[in-house]
Design a protein around this ligand. Structure first.
Ligand code: SAH
Length: 340
């Protein structure tokens, strides 16, 4: 059954018009859902009961279950149970600039990045739009505080679930929806070139992050299978076109893996590869997991890598780390059931 949290305002307008009713009910309903945060249609007082009964037959208003919560300083991980019994995770991070949430976009992931724990389980299915919206809405409720920033960097490849992702953005960005500013939303992709192309026509100013992780095809092929489909000589020109079209800035994520992609030579090659691109590089200290053999680069080498990029006038930051103690760090999200 469809769920009302997967509807954009336009979807609801179409629904009400389609049953011979009035378009403005859509806005009324949106305000009940996202301003007053109702949990049952019976709380709605300005739409007729027959209309609400018909709506309920078409769109459930049921929320997901949160079946486990693990907390650490400044970070909290939530395990959601979906209606078909699958599980996904979302992580809340408390920054000095506000609360940020990292949400999942798929059950499992097919991209097969060698260093990523989340991708060890193949994709089971895409998340529906409502399953993404509810991660945000429900955590906000539990927290009793506003979530101001959203990153789509949990389990899954968001651009492999493009249409649902776009609807999710439209709902959370809408001023009468969750009203999260586009500049406070970031989507991260391993580099699905046709979707980056398509995203350059999307009107909202959402931030794009690219999981780059290697400066040459040879190296990238060896850790990210997607590079065989969309190699750097396709990816980089696509990003340049995206930037020309949108006038935005892109973030390159670069995990530092000991003795794999962390040499000073790699840093020079990286600086050369992205020369002239309006970008930030976010260096990510690798989070080791029990199941994978990759190791974290030591701090001295991280700083050397950083300095080389700086010297080449690259805007570079080292990612603040969250959630290592509760397996909530980047690439560590997997459902409880899988860990057993
Ligand atoms: N599929 C998307 C989004 C999910 S991964 C993507 O590839 O961008 C989010 C980020 O975490 C990616 O940059 C990913 O490469 C990184 N990541 C994966 N495993 C990690 C680990 N163990 N330590 C640090 N970062 C990791």
């Amino acid at each position: 059954m469809k769920n009302v949290y997967g509807c954009t305002l336009e979807d609801l307008e179409e629904y009400f018009l389609g049953i011979g009713s009035k378009k403005f009910h859509a806005m009324q309903l949106f305000s009940w859902l996202y301003e007053k945060r109702i949990e049952s249609y019976s709380e709605v007082t300005n739409i007729k009961k027959e209309l609400l009964d018909a709506l309920e037959k078409e769109y459930s208003i049921e929320r997901l279950k949160i079946v486990d919560i693990q907390e650490d300083t400044d970070v909290c991980k939530y395990l959601f149970e979906l209606f078909d019994g699958e599980h996904i995770e979302a992580v809340l991070m408390r920054h000095d600039y506000g609360n940020s949430i990292c949400i999942s976009s798929q059950v499992g992931c097919n991209m097969g990045c060698r260093f990523c724990e989340s991708g060890r389980r193949k994709k089971v299915r895409n998340l529906e739009t409502y399953e993404m919206v509810l991660q945000l809405l429900m955590i906000e409720k539990l927290l009793g505080e506003r979530i101001s920033h959203v990153v789509v960097m949990g389990i899954g490849e968001p651009f492999d679930n493009y249409d649902n992702l776009i609807h999710f953005f439209q709902i959370i960005n809408h001023p009468k929806g969750l009203a999260i500013g586009a500049r406070h939303i970031t989507v991260s992709t391993c580099g699905l070139v046709p979707k980056i192309e398509e995203f350059s026509d999307f009107p909202l100013q959402i931030n794009l992050a690219i999981s780059l992780h290697a400066p040459t095809n040879e190296l990238r092929d060896s850790i990210m299978p997607i590079n065989k489909v969309y190699p750097l000589d396709k990816l980089i020109p696509t990003i340049k076109r995206y930037l020309d079209k949108t006038n935005r800035r892109v973030t390159f994520e670069y995990i530092l893996l000991k003795d794999i992609n962390d040499s000073c030579e790699c840093a020079e090659e990286l600086a050369h590869l992205i020369k002239g691109i309006n970008c930030y590089v976010n260096l990510i200290p690798y989070n080791e997991t029990n199941n994978l053999e990759f190791k974290r680069t030591n701090t001295i080498q991280i700083m050397r890598f950083y300095d080389i990029l700086k010297k080449n006038n690259v805007n570079v930051t080292i990612r603040k780390e969250f959630g290592g103690n509760i397996s909530a760090a980047c690439g560590q999200l997997r459902s409880k059931k899988e860990e057993l």
